[in-house]
Write a protein that binds this ligand. Sequence first.
Ligand SMILES: [Zn+2]
Ligand SMILES: [Zn+2]
Ligand SMILES: [Zn+2]
Ligand SMILES: [Zn+2]
Length: 315
Amino acid sequence: MGYDLTRFQGDVDEELICPICSGVLEEPLQAVACEHAFCRACITEWLSRQPTCPVDRNPITNSNLRAVPRILRNLLSRLNISCENAIYGCTLVLKLDTLATHIEECEHNPKRPLPCEKGCGFVIPKDEYKDHNCFRELRSLVHNQQQKMSELKNEINDQNLVINELKRELNLVKDFMRAMRVSNPAMRAIADQMERDEVTRWCNGLARARVTRWGGMISTPDEALQLMIKRALSESGCPPHILDDLMENCHERRWPRGLSSLETRQNNRRIYENYVCRRIPGKQAVLVLHCDNTHMSEDVMVEPGLVMIFAHGIE
Ligand SMILES: [Zn+2]
Ligand SMILES: [Zn+2]
Ligand SMILES: [Zn+2]
Ligand SMILES: [Zn+2]
């Protein structure tokens, strides 16, 4: 729909009037053949009903429309128009091409969003401001969120059911595997090989790490730190059958002779340079896996590997 002619100051050229709505052209488009110009909305709506030019009835479709020439656009942009909020008290008259920006900030715009002055945090269109009630709005917000929370709770309950079912089935499979392993040596060999392959695959996916300060090693990590590292290991895809063993090996009470006391650790620092270490993603900790370190002596290596946590010094 074009702009109401009464909003313009001075004469408006006949060329700038839309033949469909009789207003001043808004987002004008022109028919390629006959060069008649219309508002985009007006001609689009017209063509949806009949494929002809409204002025001369020549056949046209949407694909025969193009932007109007620059000279026409310039003429339009120079017209003086009053703000559409004049009925709300805006007295401004501006060039047509600055109208859109003004409307956004026009203080007489009844839909202009205003933040509530009482601090409830809502932003309300100006014309709804006088009916705004912080308590009512907040109450309905709380209500909606409670509803959403109870929906989520139900969803979690459903998923827990599924998880429990899966757990039961998994345990059944595990028991079955264990029985097969015990009763059948060939099966045992296959299962062992599968587990070893799994460890190798996981290990190869982890980036190599370099320890720059062996002195920063934490030999008695507390529960919280251990839990954090365990979670990081699990997230990195650590095979579950070695996770607990590995975590046991993050404390000096389970370390091999070459690592077991402060004194041996100081003496052996040169040897540690030969460890192949893997980064535990996001943590100041490294994995020293047995499969990576078959070149190291039993004095400084254990199955399935060591977890070393540092205060600092991992690259
Ligand atoms: Zn029009
Ligand atoms: Zn035409
Ligand atoms: Zn205004
Ligand atoms: Zn409020």
